[in-house]
Write a protein that binds this ligand. Structure first.
Ligand SMILES: [Zn+2]
Length: 253
């Protein structure tokens, strides 16, 4: 489930409105610095120091996989000189000439690209360096993977449901058996399966809980999604979202 975090960034009059039907391309960038930056920091820098209307990118994907709205799509971006009019600019937090990208960030960008491809008439996805003289988005940026990639979705469960509800669905045959069930239930499998056994066999099996540290590593590996989706999944599985998010942020610093 794609989750775009809406922002309330204020843009000045120095912008060009476009018709959304003119959008044909996605251009990928990196922030080019290793320090963590909020979307507001970049917005203020572009607005106050560069004289743009506001942040030049339409989306900003942070290292923790959270996707933020930057410039509204109906404003022409300011991210690739001479290539802004028909494109959407996506910026990944980090310097990918020096760093490698975590799976959680890569998956988020792939999901965003897939979503945009489904909504707009996108004919190409390019790295900034393919259209301008720059090293952006960096030598280690997983460009071909993102451009060609198809996302394997292994968590198809609606996590707004309780474990009891999902267990009942399992019993009703909704998620199949064996490996198929495991695939569909993803990170919820152990807990749901324990509940299924409890209902069917009348036995209580306890699910060994992982440490927050282990879960934080799984979050970084992309196993828990992002944004509200991640929050819901962790809560459903009985974990403390805030405590885990804190560890994730420390690890990505
Ligand atoms: Zn760039």
């Amino acid at each position: 489930m794609l989750n775009i975090i809406e922002t309330n960034l204020q843009f000045n009059g120095n912008k060009t409105i476009r018709d959304l039907s003119t959008i044909k391309r996605i251009i990928l960038h990196h922030s080019g610095v290793s320090v963590l930056q909020t979307v507001e920091t970049i917005h203020n820098y572009h607005k106050n120091s560069r004289g743009y209307a506001g942040i030049g990118y339409h989306f900003y994907v942070r290292k923790d996989g959270n996707i933020y709205r930057g410039r509204p799509l109906e404003y022409v971006g300011a991210h690739a000189y001479n290539h802004n009019a028909d494109s959407i600019g996506i910026c990944a937090e980090g310097d990918f000439n020096l760093e490698t990208m975590s799976d959680v960030q890569k998956n988020a960008i792939m999901e965003l690209v897939e979503y945009l491809r489904g909504v707009y008439n996108i004919s190409s996805v390019q790295g900034h360096k393919e259209v301008c003289a720059t090293s952006c988005p960096g030598a280690n940026f997983p460009l071909s993977e993102i451009v060609n990639g198809t996302i394997t979705k292994n968590e198809t469960v609606q996590t707004t449901k309780s474990i009891d509800e999902i267990a009942q669905e399992v019993i009703n045959g909704k998620y199949g058996v064996g490996e198929a069930r495991k695939q569909s239930l993803g990170s919820l499998y152990n807990e749901v399966q324990a509940k299924v056994n409890e209902i069917l066999l009348g036995k209580k099996t306890t699910v060994a809980k992982k440490s927050n540290e282990e879960i934080a590593n799984e979050v970084i590996a992309g196993k828990w999604g992002n944004g509200q989706d991640r929050k819901a999944k962790l809560a459903t599985a009985g974990y403390d979202y805030n405590a885990i998010q804190k560890i994730v942020n420390q690890k990505l610093r």
